[in-house]
Design a protein around this ligand. Structure first.
Ligand SMILES: *[C@@H]1O[C@H](CO)[C@@H](O)[C@H](O)[C@H]1NC(C)=O
Length: 382
């Protein structure tokens, strides 16, 4: 508002008052905040613009005041005196600087590294001569980016009731973040429950719970927590891979290893968590036999032998249950195993025969007998 000191206008008459009123109206309308309300993300810089237009009066000083949650009364914090004297009155220290131009009648300032404490109403006051102070207010809003995390709940067990699969937390955002889930990889129904908590510093923590009735097919699928917030350039997606627990499913014994080696049987079951115990046994015999060694989910055949023929079983269990798989093993020969050895000996013997024949022939051919190859050799040597 305009305040006029009596000393300056002690000879005030009717004409003066009329003039003052029109000047007052004129100059008030001429002052405006160019940028309007300012929003800035915590840690960023806020440009507070203030411009005086269309006046020829002398500018005596520009004063900035503010009121915040911490100090709710207007108080000066920055004063600019022509031609270029800048005074930091209290509070912001090096974080505020003058970015205006007094000849252009702009009094804009920049506040660096803005924090939540800076949020409030800023008043820019141009003090002119003779009309006095003219002021306008700007609201500075500070946004705080939320910190997003997804925390898994205790794994759900297939066959149980609907429960919390995971919780997405968008912590300490200002304003409150908008949190949802993307669950298109899940076939079953899902439910989302959101809950917001106000923090003493003015930020809000939003918790979003994703509830499902777990099925085995959910295991390994992915859901995403989706967070939208004004301080985020793009929506934030945090993926979460689902783990649901279930007992071992249909067991299956498979063969590992090549035919030339002793085979290894593998007990394959689908279970989550992985089976903690495997028990190998023979259905048709009390004992496994000395040439077999169980190693967890593997059964290693130390050597082939026809006595291994029989019906094998593996039982796999975790804390939720167990399953048994069987395999009938029948092998009527051990050639695959010994055959390789015999072939190797045969090759070795043939090589030896050939070599001895060759040396014998070489000796005999000297100087002129033997086959063509030997003759050629003999000629070279003679
Ligand atoms: C910004 O301000 C915070 C406190 O609000 C401070 O911890 C941080 O060091 C400052 N950063 C810079 C670059 O001055």
């Amino acid at each position: 508002m305009v305040s006029v000191t009596a000393s300056r206008h002690d000879k005030m008459n009717v004409i003066d008052v009329v003039c003052l009123c029109s000047c007052f109206r004129f100059t008030t309308e001429a002052i405006r905040v160019v940028n309007g309300p300012v929003s800035v993300t915590e840690g960023g810089s806020a440009n507070l613009s203030c411009r005086l237009t269309e006046t020829d009066e002398d500018l005596e000083q520009v004063t900035w005041q503010k009121r915040t949650r911490g100090i709710p009364d207007n108080h000066n914090f920055f004063v600019i005196l022509p031609p270029r004297d800048v005074r930091n009155v209290n509070g912001l220290g090096n974080r505020v600087r003058f970015i205006g131009n007094l000849t252009m009648k702009t009094g804009s300032i920049q506040i660096l590294n803005v924090s939540l404490h800076d949020e409030g109403v800023y008043t820019c006051i141009f003090t002119l001569f003779p009309s006095g102070p003219h002021q306008t207010e700007t609201r500075l809003t500070v946004h705080v980016r939320p910190v997003v995390t997804v925390t898994p709940a205790a794994p759900l067990v297939v066959g149980g009731e609907s429960g919390i699969l995971a919780t997405c937390i968008a912590a300490n955002g200002r304003p409150a973040a908008v949190v949802s889930w993307r669950t298109d990889q899940l076939d079953g129904p899902t439910e989302i429950q959101n809950n917001a908590t106000q923090n003493p510093n003015g930020t809000t923590t939003v918790r979003s719970y994703l509830l499902v009735t777990s099925t085995r097919s959910m295991n390994g699928r992915e859901v995403q927590c989706v967070v939208n917030h004004t301080a985020l350039e793009h929506e934030e997606n945090v993926p979460y891979r689902i783990s649901v627990h279930y007992a071992p499913q249909s067991g299956n014994i498979s063969l590992n290893g090549t035919s030339s080696e002793a085979p290894v049987f593998q007990c394959d079951v689908d279970a989550n968590p992985a089976p903690t115990r495997y028990t190998w046994s023979r259905v048709d015999s009390e004992v496994l036999g000395p040439s077999l060694r169980p190693e967890g989910g593997r059964l290693v055949f130390l050597k082939r032998d026809p006595g291994l023929n029989g019906l094998y079983a593996c039982e796999a269990s975790n804390q939720f249950g167990r399953v048994t798989g069987t395999l009938f093993v029948y092998t009527d020969d051990t050639r695959g195993y010994y055959g390789g050895l015999i072939a190797a000996i045969f090759v070795l013997l043939s090589a030896l025969c050939l070599l001895s024949f060759y040396t014998w022939n070489l000796r005999r051919s000297r100087p002129q007998q033997g086959d063509v190859g030997m003759q050629a050799l003999g000629q070279q040597e003679s």
